[in-house]
Design a protein around this ligand. Sequence first.
Ligand SMILES: [Zn+2]
Ligand SMILES: [Zn+2]
Length: 234
Amino acid sequence: MKIASDLHTHTIYSHGKGTPEENVLAAVRLGLKRVAVSEHGAAHAFYGVRGEKLRGLRREIDRLAAKYANDIEVLMGYECNLTGYGLCDAPEDRGLFDVTLLAFHKGVPPRDALARSALAEALGLGRADPERIAEALLAAADKYGIDILAHPGAYVKADVATLAKGAAQLGVMLELNASRVTFTPGEAQLAAALGARFVVNSDAHTPGRVGDFKAALDFAKLAGVPVEEWRPRA
Ligand SMILES: [Zn+2]
Ligand SMILES: [Zn+2]
């Protein structure tokens, strides 16, 4: 299947190399129907985009959406950070975003014991409880209306069965990330059997990688799991 949306791209607003407009133009050239700039959430100590900079990015996305309205749909995304059990750094003002992703990252100060255990695992200093990590992600996704769980299992293991069942219930999609596939074929098959729906994103940090889904699509084919397009909730 031809994927027409890339909802996970970074720019110079965080640690990407291109401007939002360069990402949009790259997506237009590939014939994509929808592209989002999804910068790192505010809690990330190094790459977090917050405050006036975040509002400035929203204005830039609005400008690009209008300028390229005939070519592509341009969306404002946000890659929120899990900061604790059921906690993330999605701002109060949900209207700022068209699509939200959630993931655990290093470089984010933990707000509770769960996040401390995740950070310890990410740093190779301990092991977190994979079921609790999955539950923590799902609780935050539910509370904050998250659309997509980005690269699940990166940095800290999340129990795939728990995550898949919960995501299916909540209507949250699981990302097959083309920069780093975080599932084994067996895990992806299990998740699909439990009702999880997969979306494919590039996680591009350069305009040249926008819309590059190859690794994720190759994986989906190998594992025999279906991928779907994300669509805004009605
Ligand atoms: Zn990420
Ligand atoms: Zn990312």
